[in-house]
Design a protein around this ligand. Structure first.
Ligand SMILES: Cc1cc2nc3c(=O)[nH]c(=O)nc-3n(C[C@H](O)[C@H](O)[C@H](O)COP(=O)(O)OP(=O)(O)OC[C@H]3O[C@@H](n4cnc5c(N)ncnc54)[C@H](O)[C@@H]3O)c2cc1C
Length: 470
C-alpha cells in the first residue's frame, strides 16, 4: 500500500520532537503536527519555566540565610515582573532548539493544527487528510482540575498560567502535595508568600522511600509552609479578591484563607478530540493510551510515547520511549522499555532524587537484599556547604547488586546519575569503594556507603582470617 508519508507524529513536545528529529535524521519522511507551541509542556509551562522560577526562589532563600554564612544582606522583596521576565527569557533562549524552523531544517514537514486520527493509517488536520505507514501519538498530559465546588469561580492557577502571575500572592493555597505542588509551593514560600499545601495523602513523597516524606515535611514546615495532609477538599469559597478553602480532616472542618490557589492535583492524558475510540486505540481506566513495552498501541502501526501513555511522566522518559519507538519503526528492532533504572528528581530544596526500586517495592517483589543508609553529616563537602540535612539510601538485591537509590541533598539530582549507571550495569554496592572521588565532593557519599556495605557484609570468621593474615 502507498502512503503519503512514512511517519506522522502527533504532538511536538519532548516525545514527539525526539521521534521526528531522530526519524528525519535517519532519512525517513516525517510529518509532525502541533496545535499549540512547539516544545510542549516541558519548554513552555513545565520543566523550563518551573526550574527557572525555582532558581530565583532559591536565591531568595539563600539571601535570607546569608547571616548564617557571615554575610550581611537583607531580603527586600520580589520584583515579580523582572523575575518572570527572567523565566520567559530562559524559555526564549531554549526555544530555537524546538522551533518549527529548526525542525524544517532537519527535514521534518511541520504542520500547525489540531490532528485527529481517522483510521489506522490516516490523520486529519482541518480539512486535510493524509496517510502514513506509522502514526505516533505524543499528545502529552495536562493538569487535572476536579469539579470541586466553587473552584472554577476562584482565582485558581495551574502550571499553564502560574508563570504569568502579575504579583506575588500573599496567601497561596496549593491543592496537591506532589512534585509540582511542592516545588512551586516551596518556591513561592521562599519568595515571601504564606503557603499552605493540602493533600489527601497522609505522607509526602509517597513514591519515594519512606524516610523522605517525614524529613521533607519537617524541613518545609520549619521554613513556614503549612501542611494539611490526610485532608479532603470540600469547597472553595470566594469573597472579593480572596476567600478560603474548606477542608475536612479527622472529621473536623477547617478553613484555609487564600488570595491565589495553585491546582496541582495530578495529570490526565490529552486525548480529547483525537479520535482514539473511532480508530480503535485502547486506553486504560484513567484515559492513558495503552501500549506494550515496545510502545505499540492496540492498533498495528500506531505507537504512543510520553505523558499520554505513561507510566512515568518526565521529559527524560518521554525521550527514552521516543527512542524505543524509533528503534522499532526504523530499525525493525524489537526494542523494549526497561524501567528498572528510572530516575526522577523533585527539585525542592534540598532536592529529592530517586532511581530504581524503593525498599518497599523491592520487598514486595521479593528481591530485596538489604538497604544501607548514610547521612550527609558524614560528608565533608555537605558540611562546608551547609547542605544539611540529607542522606543517601542504597537498596540492593540478594546478591548485593544495587537496585535502588534515594538521595536527599542540595545536589541530589546531579549525583543520582552514578546510581542510574550502577543499576543499569547490575553493579554491586561495593563498586564505589575502590573508585577515586575528588575531595571534597558530595558524590563521595557513594564511597562511604560502599565501605559501610562492605563492612556490614564481613562475617566474624572473615574478620578472624584477616586478623590472622595481618
Ligand atoms: C510544572 C511542571 C514541571 C515539570 N518539571 C519536570 C522536570 O523538572 N523534569 C522532567 O523530566 N519532567 C518535568 N515535567 C514533566 C514534563 O513536562 C513532561 O513529562 C513532558 O513535557 C512530556 O512530554 P510529551 O511530549 O509527552 O508531552 P507534551 O510536552 O505535553 O507535548 C504534547 C504536545 O502535543 C500537542 N498536542 C496535543 N494534542 C494535539 C493534537 N490533537 N494535535 C496536535 N498537537 C497536539 C500539545 O500542544 C503539546 O505541544 C514537568 C511538568 C510540569 C507540568
Amino acid at each position: 500500500m502507498k502512503y503519503d508519508h512514512q511517519i506522522i507524529v502527533v504532538g511536538g513536545g519532548s516525545a514527539g520532537l525526539v521521534v521526528a528529529a531522530g526519524a528525519a535524521g535517519l532519512g525517513a519522511d516525517v510529518t509532525l503536527i502541533e496545535r499549540e507551541k512547539m516544545g510542549g509542556e516541558c519548554l513552555n509551562s513545565g520543566c523550563v519555566p518551573s526550574k527557572s522560577f525555582l532558581r530565583c526562589a532559591h536565591r531568595a532563600a539563600e539571601i535570607r540565610e546569608s547571616a548564617g554564612f557571615g554575610i550581611r544582606a537583607s531580603f527586600d522583596g520580589v520584583d515579580m515582573e523582572a523575575l518572570l521576565g527572567r523565566v520567559g527569557g530562559v524559555i526564549r533562549e531554549i526555544e530555537p532548539h524546538d522551533s518549527e524552523e529548526r525542525f524544517r531544517g532537519l527535514g521534518v514537514n511541520v504542520i500547525r493544527g489540531e490532528a485527529r486520527i481517522v483510521g489506522s493509517h490516516r490523520v486529519r488536520v482541518s480539512e486535510k487528510e493524509m496517510s502514513a505507514k506509522y502514526i505516533v501519538i505524543a499528545t502529552g498530559s495536562e493538569a487535572i482540575v476536579p469539579p470541586i465546588k466553587g473552584l472554577s469561580a476562584a482565582p485558581f492557577y495551574t502550571n499553564r498560567n502560574i508563570f504569568s502571575l502579575k504579583k506575588l500572592p500573599a496567601d497561596l493555597v496549593v491543592l496537591g502535595g506532589g512534585a509540582i505542588g511542592l516545588e512551586l509551593g516551596q518556591g513561592f514560600s521562599h519568595l515571601g508568600s504564606k503557603v499552605t499545601v493540602i493533600d489527601m495523602m497522609e505522607r509526602l513523597f509517597a513514591r519515594d522511600d519512606r524516610e523522605v516524606g517525614p524529613l521533607m515535611e519537617k524541613l518545609m514546615q520549619k521554613e513556614g509552609i503549612q501542611f494539611h495532609l490526610g485532608a479532603r477538599i470540600m469547597e472553595v469559597i470566594q469573597k472579593d479578591k480572596s476567600g478560603f478553602v474548606r477542608i475536612e480532616k479527622d472529621k473536623k472542618i477547617a478553613e484555609v484563607p487564600f488570595d491565589a490557589i495553585l491546582v496541582a492535583l495530578g495529570r490526565k492524558a490529552v486525548t480529547d478530540g483525537l479520535g482514539l475510540a473511532e480508530a480503535g486505540v485502547a486506553v486504560d481506566e484513567r484515559g492513558y493510551v495503552k501500549t506494550n513495552l515496545r510502545q505499540q498501541t492496540s492498533v498495528p502501526g500506531i505507537y504512543a510515547c510520553g505523558d499520554v501513555c505513561g507510566p512515568y511522566q518526565f521529559t527524560h522518559m518521554a525521550g527514552y520511549q521516543a527512542g524505543i519507538v524509533l528503534r522499532n519503526i526504523i530499525f525493525k528492532y524489537p526494542a523494549k522499555c526497561d524501567y528498572s533504572a528510572v530516575p526522577w528528581v523533585t527539585y525542592t530544596r534540598p532536592e529529592v532524587a530517586h532511581a530504581g526500586y524503593t525498599e518497599e517495592a523491592a520487598r514486595s517483589k521479593g528481591f530485596f537484599g538489604e538497604s544501607m543508609f548514610c547521612d550527609f553529616s558524614e560528608n565533608d563537602r555537605a558540611r562546608t556547604e551547609g547542605d544539611l540535612p540529607g542522606f543517601i539510601k542504597i537498596v540492593t538485591d540478594k546478591k548485593g547488586r544495587i537496585i535502588g537509590t534515594t538521595i536527599v541533598g542540595k545536589k541530589a539530582g546531579e549525583i543520582i546519575a552514578l546510581s542510574v549507571m550502577a543499576i543499569g550495569r547490575r553493579l554491586k554496592a561495593t563498586v564505589f569503594m575502590n573508585m577515586i572521588f575528588p575531595y571534597p565532593t558530595e558524590s563521595e557519599i557513594y564511597a562511604l556507603s560502599s565501605r559501610n556495605i562492605a563492612k556490614k557484609s564481613l562475617k566474624p570468621w572473615m574478620k578472624k582470617i584477616i586478623r590472622m593474615i595481618i
